[in-house]
Design a protein. Structure first.
Length: 405
């Protein structure tokens, strides 16, 4: 190993140490931020730069920023619904029946998507880990995924949200530290060797590129998880923590893609999969590919836990608090377990992607109904116009986007 390798390792350990200190770990606002952050920086982070680079070429950084901004606008819809739709949904009677019906369809869609995603995240995590030991067979991966699902179910059902959050928090902290080290390594490589790699080639942008770009929106999904943490956090905390999570994740995605650009020429024209980023980082440092394998494993695990927590929140909400969130953890993990053993999870993940797009569309419809009912004056016109335009965009994405995962 060279000095750079030791430096990156020390830097990652330093960041982990900062995130593991008690004032950070026990900070309520940080814990509320971790769940959406874990979900946003999930499996999409591993392939965002190579896939987007292959589709957009030199326009990759601008495309990534566009995706982040659109996701932030959708996050604004979810935050609006936390503030204004949740109180209406708690009411009973004919005046809120339509809103509650749309919300039910929305929750049903995202619950189904979470169920598939949890299975997918943990299956990919198992593949990453087993591949490192040359043991990556379908049976071994299914066994490992089953064990992890069982652990999450037991901990969630018997210890509850806070214990799952601790696991999630440690996973996210390690993942963020490794991502920071990877960005440092990419920055060094850009400074030292940026002119010694193949130039980025122009690509022909067409409708397929736009459809893939629309599908990339679903790779930065996950901010909506804040919507279903009402069992533990009040509306203000969830709104603020979701906003911070989106901003932080956006900076990470945009920064990583920008620093990745000098290496884009190495992968253009090649097949890109979830392990492509590991091979690319071999050009930067000896230690980074191994660190990224660890980050990939923790990334999948923390995203799965985040979606499990949200699934539990949906069960609690739809049962009008008659069922605890813990019951939802059992339903999610049991459903994911059935999918792992009965269905090829990689063949149905595309359905989860489209379901997430439909969920965002239906949440926008909820916001439209609430704005029509509660807003007044110019703010009402502004929201109705903006949400209507966003709904049309999301409808197009739901129908035409090419899922990446």
């Amino acid at each position: 190993m060279q000095i750079l390798d030791y430096s990156l390792l020390i830097f990652a350990v330093f960041i982990v140490g900062l995130l593991f200190i008690r004032p950070v770990r026990e900070n309520v606002f940080w814990r509320a931020t971790v769940t959406p952050l874990a979900s946003i920086i999930g499996s999409g982070f591993l392939i965002a730069a190579p896939v987007l680079g292959e589709a957009m070429g030199p326009w990759t950084p601008a495309a990534m920023i566009g995706i982040i901004l659109l996701a932030y606008l959708i996050g604004g819809v979810i935050r609006y619904n936390i503030r204004y739709a949740e109180p209406l949904l708690a009411q009973k009677g004919p005046k809120t029946r339509l809103i509650r019906s749309v919300e039910f369809v929305s929750n049903l869609a995202v619950f189904s998507a979470y169920l598939i995603s949890v299975a997918f995240y943990l299956r990919v995590m198992s593949a990453f880990i087993l591949r490192s030991f040359d043991m990556d067979t379908e049976f071994n991966a299914n066994i490992m995924t089953t064990v992890v699902l069982g652990a999450i179910a037991i901990i969630g059902m018997f210890r509850g949200l806070k214990t799952l959050e601790v696991l999630e928090e440690y996973s996210v902290s390690i993942k963020l530290a490794i991502i920071a080290a990877a960005c440092l390594g990419l920055g060094w490589h850009m400074f030292e060797n940026g002119d010694q790699v193949p130039a980025v080639q122009d690509v022909a942008l067409n409708m397929g590129s736009i459809q893939l770009l629309a599908g990339m929106l679903l790779m930065v999904q996950g901010f909506e998880t804040s919507r279903y943490l009402g069992d533990e956090y009040d509306a203000d905390t969830r709104i603020k923590s979701m906003r911070i999570a989106q901003i932080l994740a956006g900076v990470i995605y945009a920064g990583f893609v920008f620093l990745f650009m000098p290496l884009l020429g190495l992968v253009q024209g090649q097949s890109v999969n979830e392990t492509a980023i590991i091979g690319i980082l071999e050009h930067v440092s000896f230690i980074l590919p191994f660190m990224m394998i660890v980050a990939a494993a923790f990334s999948q695990f923390s995203a799965a836990v985040a979606d499990t927590l949200s699934g539990g929140g949906i069960v609690r909400e739809e049962s009008q608090n008659q069922l605890p969130a813990r019951a939802g953890y059992g339903v999610i993990t049991l459903g994911a377990l059935i999918l792992i053993w009965q269905i090829n999870i990689f063949e149905i993940i595309a359905y989860a992607s489209r379901t997430f797009a439909f969920y965002y569309l239906s949440q926008t419809m909820v916001a439209l109904l609430v704005a029509h009912k509660t807003d007044q004056g110019s703010s009402k016109l502004f929201r109705l116009s903006g949400y209507s335009a966003l709904a049309l965009i999301l409808l197009w994405i739901t129908i035409y986007a090419i899922p990446v995962e």
